[in-house]
Design a protein around this ligand. Structure first.
Ligand code: SF4
Length: 307
């Protein structure tokens, strides 16, 4: 089957089965092109909550499909691939978080949405890179904040809000390579460009980068919005390379330069067009979160959406 034939068959199956395809910006371009909604973690969670489709086919890593299953227990949530992990989600288990909370009985747990359902079940409030600053600012000043699992995102929140937090030592294996030297080198090479950086990057608490007038920290959706609205013509992109497909589609007359060709999430790339087609045909692989874990986990997502 050609790519076009597969895309046509997928469109037909979506209609027949009242299915919706949600895809993350880091998936392959041909997968992004069959999505009804393309977004980052926050946008995808919101979309999963409001769709009236019977089937949600989630193109992303496993914790994302789990999040959709937590939010929409009455829908059939499918993932086209089993075993697409995430180094952040795997940095902490629910059991480890439970033990950590016991050591800090008065602490409030803020979990980045890149966590398993098990970890979310022990979380007070979730956040994404798009709303992390607002979530942390809204929490009572006299409470200790236990932030999991991304230490770089946590360090960035501390720098920007001035709020001290206790950080879990996890990181994203993709963004972990974006350090201050890499950004300084890019700034020198492309002085006219805006540099758009994901706060999961190791440079997110580096004063040299934070003080650069043309460096901006954004969630992936924030980068897409900035590039679309900015009068600038050139952008250096410091996040997963899949994002450039959307950036280029939205602004075909602008130039997007990856800060490094190594920023590829191998787990996201496990989602293929063949896998998407097979998932719709066979209605596989079902992602379901058992009770009471689901009810415990949904409270942390509801708390985030409320804030
Ligand atoms: S890019 Fe990083 S945070 Fe995103 S899914 Fe891949 S490993 Fe996880």
């Amino acid at each position: 089957m050609t790519i076009q034939e597969m895309q046509e068959r997928i469109a037909q199956l979506k209609k027949e089965k009242n299915a919706v395809i949600l895809a993350h910006y880091y998936t392959r371009p041909e997968v992004q092109d069959v999505a009804d909604y393309l977004g980052d973690s926050l946008g995808l969670s919101q979309e999963a909550g409001k769709t009236d489709a019977d089937i949600i086919l989630f193109c992303g890593v496993h914790f994302m499909a789990e999040t959709a299953a937590i939010i929409s227990p009455d829908k059939r949530v499918l993932t086209p691939v089993l075993g697409a992990g995430c180094s952040l989600a795997e940095a902490i288990t629910g059991y480890e978080l439970k033990r950590w909370k016991e050591e800090h009985p008065d602490g409030l747990v803020v979990s980045y949405v890149n966590t398993t359902a098990d970890t979310k079940a022990y979380t007070d409030v979730c956040c994404t890179s798009a709303n992390a600053l607002e979530v942390v600012k809204a929490l009572p000043e006299d409470k200790e904040i236990l932030f999991v699992p991304d230490s770089h995102l946590g360090a960035w929140i501390q720098k920007v809000t001035g709020r001290e937090m206790t950080l879990w030592d996890g990181h994203c294996c993709v963004h972990h390579i974006v350090d201050g030297e890499m950004v300084i080198e890019a700034a020198n090479k492309y002085p006219e460009a805006d540099i758009l950086i994901h706060p999961e990057s190791i440079c997110s608490s580096d004063e040299r980068v934070l003080n650069m007038p043309n460096a901006y920290f954004y969630s992936t959706a924030g980068m897409v919005k900035h590039a679309k609205e900015s009068p600038k013509r050139q952008f250096v992109i410091a996040t997963e390379l899949g994002t450039i497909h959307k950036l280029q589609q939205d602004s075909p007359d602008k130039e997007f330069i990856p800060i490094s060709e190594r920023l590829i999430c191998a787990q996201m790339k496990k989602v293929t067009l063949e896998g998407v087609l097979e998932a719709l045909e066979k209605e596989q692989y079902v992602v379901k979160i058992d009770e009471p874990m689901r009810s415990d986990a949904v409270k942390s997502i509801d708390a985030m959406l409320k804030l």
